[in-house]
Design a protein around this ligand. Structure first.
Ligand code: GDP
Ligand code: IMO
Ligand code: MG
Length: 428
């Protein structure tokens, strides 16, 4: 089947940007299916680092079409900034980028709402990126959202914005004491984005289905990760979209029967940004060492990422939900200096060992991880590009991760650059 989904297996930042950029070589189209500019996907080549938030990670490959699907929430301000950044890097977008006319728009009042809820002690903090993601998806589900298609007609745009404005103004004042700028300022800013949105907008679902019928290869790009999925993650400490592989069908308009392969991207250890349970988190020096060696600071907000050991319960759960039989393992080189490595195989709580992911926050927050220990390899693996060139203990660790997770590795990443990669099999 010519459709593959690439999905994050943990709490995001697994290295999806690097892996999707590599796999994009094999595809005709790269299509983002959910999330918004809360994502930060890093791609490094020719000694340069590029961070993408909204535009698919195939954009650096000339001739590949990039689609932002209906399941994505688009902040036009962030989109324009990213377009300018790519323009400055010499990437022409006309004819290469298409936005779904059904995608919902993040408006400035969504950001005000997100930040208002997250500040102070009155409401439970999620540790969001503050980008207005949750409020925009809330409006979508509540049938109050503004879609890209609404930008086609000036009168229609004014009408849908005004219908929202009065309600948001009262709610934001009441809940967070925030005043919204006048309606005319909101309208004027959005009208300023009209020309660009309309120029890049199309019925992307119809476009993708036609391309599928023509035998084109499609790579569906996930943002965030399975543990941040609104249904399957550590709710409520999740994002507001379906980041697991199922989201690719609803977020792009692809029939489920057409999806062939799902590849999971998984880090050789675990990180998470923001609040919420994290059973293998290391609050000791090892966590700081992982953060320092792995440069674990958010690509979107710059926040330090919480770090911990590899969690095979998470990996097995991700494989079950996403149907992943193949994984891309990233950042194995970050473990080069560790004497001993640990892998979690279960959670101990209340006299019971959980080998499957519990829904209960109480269990996740208070459980004790059951660990297996492995000897480190204490030599550099940075840039290694063939499996048999890896140190013996690194190979044994990788084979254990595969065995405990229940999936094969299709690729192993040994550094941020394109060439720092062991390719074991293709995407499709
Ligand atoms: P994403 O959100 O899943 O695309 O991941 P991020 O871009 O937020 O974070 C991954 C970080 O790790 C980026 O800085 C990448 O450049 C970097 N990275 C990716 N793969 C590797 C790897 O194998 N080794 C090392 N050392 N860094 C990597
Ligand atoms: P990529 O695609 C890591 C986290 C936030 C917060 C929670 C909800 O780069 O892997 P939101 O702003 O989405 O409402 O925040 O989700 N989060 C991410 N963590 N990587 C991401 O994206 C994330 N996008 C959101 O930190 O805990
Ligand atoms: Mg990221």
């Amino acid at each position: 089947m010519p459709i593959a989904v690439v999905v994050g297996m943990q709490w995001g930042d697994e290295g999806k940007g690097k892996i999707i950029d590599l796999f994009a070589e094999e595809a005709d189209i790269v299509a983002r299916y959910q999330g918004g500019h809360n994502a930060g996907h890093t791609i490094c080549f020719d000694g340069q680092e590029h961070v993408l938030h909204l535009i698919p990670s195939g954009i650096f490959h000339a001739g590949k079409l990039c689609i932002i699907g209906n399941g994505v929430v688009i902040d036009p301000r962030a989109l324009m900034e990213e377009m300018q950044m790519l323009g400055a890097a010499g990437i022409a977008l006309d004819g290469r980028l298409v936005l779904s006319d059904r995608a919902h728009i993040i408006l400035p009042y969504h950001g005000t709402s997100d930040k208002g809820r997250e500040s102070g002690d009155r409401f439970r903090r999620i540790g969001t990126t503050g980008r207005g993601i949750g409020p925009s998806y809330s409006d979508k589900i509540a049938r109050l959202g503004v879609r890209a298609a609404d930008y086609e007609d000036e009168d229609r745009l004014r009408e849908v914005l005004f219908a929202n404005y009065e309600e948001k103004k009262q709610i934001l004042k009441l809940l967070y004491g925030k005043d919204l700028p006048p309606f005319d300022a909101l309208l004027e800013e959005q009208l300023g984005y009209r020309e660009t949105i309309c120029r890049f907008m199309a019925d992307t679902g119809s476009l993708i289905r036609k391309e599928i019928a023509a035998g084109k290869k499609i790579l569906c790009e996930g943002a965030q990760g399975t543990m941040l999925d609104v249904d399957h993650g550590t709710y409520p400490f999740v994002t507001s979209s379906s980041s697991s592989a199922g989201g690719a069908c609803t977020g792009l308009g692809i029939p489920p029967s057409q999806v062939g392969r799902v590849v999971g991207v998984i880090k050789a250890y675990t990180t998470r940004v923001g609040e919420g349970p994290f059973p293998t988190e290391l609050k000791c020096g090892f966590g700081e060492q992982l953060r320092a060696e792995g440069h674990e600071f958010g690509a979107t907000t710059g926040r330090p990422r919480r770090c911990g050991w590899f969690d095979a319960v998470v990996a097995r759960y991700g494989n079950a939900i996403n149907g992943t039989r193949a994984l891309a393992l990233t950042k194995i080189d970050v473990l080069d200096k560790f004497e001993t490595l640990k892998v979690c195989t279960g959670y101990k709580h209340g006299g019971k060992v959980y080998e499957e992911m519990p829904a209960s926050l109480k269990v996740l927050e208070n459980c004790e991880p059951v660990y297996r220990e492995y000897p480190g390899w204490k030599e550099s693996t940075v840039g290694v590009d063939a499996y048999d060139k890896l140190p013996g203990n690194a190979r044994r660790y990788i084979e254990e991760l595969s065995r405990l997770s229940g999936a094969e590795f299709t690729l192993i990443s040994t550094g941020p650059e394109r060439g720092h990669t062991i390719r074991l099999s293709g995407l499709f």
